[in-house]
Design a protein around this ligand. Structure first.
Ligand code: NAI
Length: 241
């Protein structure tokens, strides 16, 4: 279904990003896996992608860095020719209550989660415009929809991603470029490793945490849903209903 397409997935070395990389590869896309530090994990995801008969390579890049993202997109273009699908998945948390939150905890989360997505979109936009097609998927969060005590930085970054998504969707729709967001709820990954006893879990109508593959399924849909743009697709067991 995505044969011949090139997908770039940030934070692709583990968790939700790795599941999305494998999912898009299973649909025939060649996959550029962007990782922050763990090369071995990224290479492992690439070899899992190659098992589907596609090309896959890993690139080290801090998405918060404008220059590094520019160079990385250029390197992906040199290796794969272009980019058709961009998945902005890289994200961090630095939780804390507002009276105690350090300035650098706020800045780091906004720089990675929100500016990181802007950086990647900014540098891929020229390729999308040239191709007269493009698909951007931003991984937001139910925290961005509902807010969450102790996560003012994270929720602000994820709400900001929704504004970014809708603005990019409106601006680039006439050029054949779609932009959507996914808002996952509680997904079992390294990020939520210590959340198994979080009281919010009792509020999930479907009763359990989700898996990374549940989010990857939504990404597969958005990658192929040619009449859908500006949408925020919740994958949350109903918690933000
Ligand atoms: P994770 O912590 O397992 O993976 C995050 C990935 O982002 C890692 O590969 C990490 O190396 C990468 N990353 C972090 N900072 C980076 C940077 N500056 N440059 C490049 N890569 C960087 O987390 P998980 O759970 O897989 O989350 C993936 C995305 O889904 C994140 O954006 C997260 O906010 C979002 N999300 C996760 C939820 C969950 O319950 N796990 C719920 C809602 C949203």
């Amino acid at each position: 279904m995505l044969k011949g397409k090139v997908a770039l997935v940030t934070g692709g070395s583990r968790g939700i990003g790795a599941a999305i990389a494998r999912q898009l590869a299973s649909m025939g896309a060649n996959v550029a896996v962007i990782y922050a530090g763990n090369q071995q994990a990224a290479e492992e995801v690439c070899s899992q992608c190659r098992e589907f008969g596609v090309e896959s390579r890993a690139y080290r890049c801090n998405v918060a860095d404008f220059g590094e993202t520019k160079d990385t997109v250029a390197a992906v273009k040199a290796d794969f020719g272009t980019v058709h699908i961009l998945v902005n998945n890289a994200g961090i948390t630095r939780d804390g209550l507002i009276p105690m939150m350090k300035e650098d905890a706020f800045d780091a989360v906004l720089d990675t989660n929100l500016k990181g997505a802007f950086n990647m979109i900014r540098h891929c936009a020229g390729l999308f415009l040239r191709n007269r097609e493009g698909c951007i998927i931003n991984i937001s969060s139910v925290s961005g929809l509902m807010g969450n005590a102790g996560q003012c930085n994270y929720a602000a970054s994820k709400a900001g991603l929704i504004g970014l998504t809708k603005s990019v969707a409106k601006e680039l729709a006439p050029k054949g470029i779609r932009c959507n967001a996914i808002a996952p709820g509680f997904i079992r990954t390294d990020m939520t490793g210590t959340q198994e006893k979080n009281p919010l879990l009792a509020m999930i109508p479907l009763g359990t945490m989700g898996e990374a593959e549940d989010v990857a399924q939504a990404a597969a849909y958005l990658a192929t849903a040619k009449y859908v743009t500006g949408e925020v697709l919740r994958v949350d067991g109903g918690i933000a209903m």
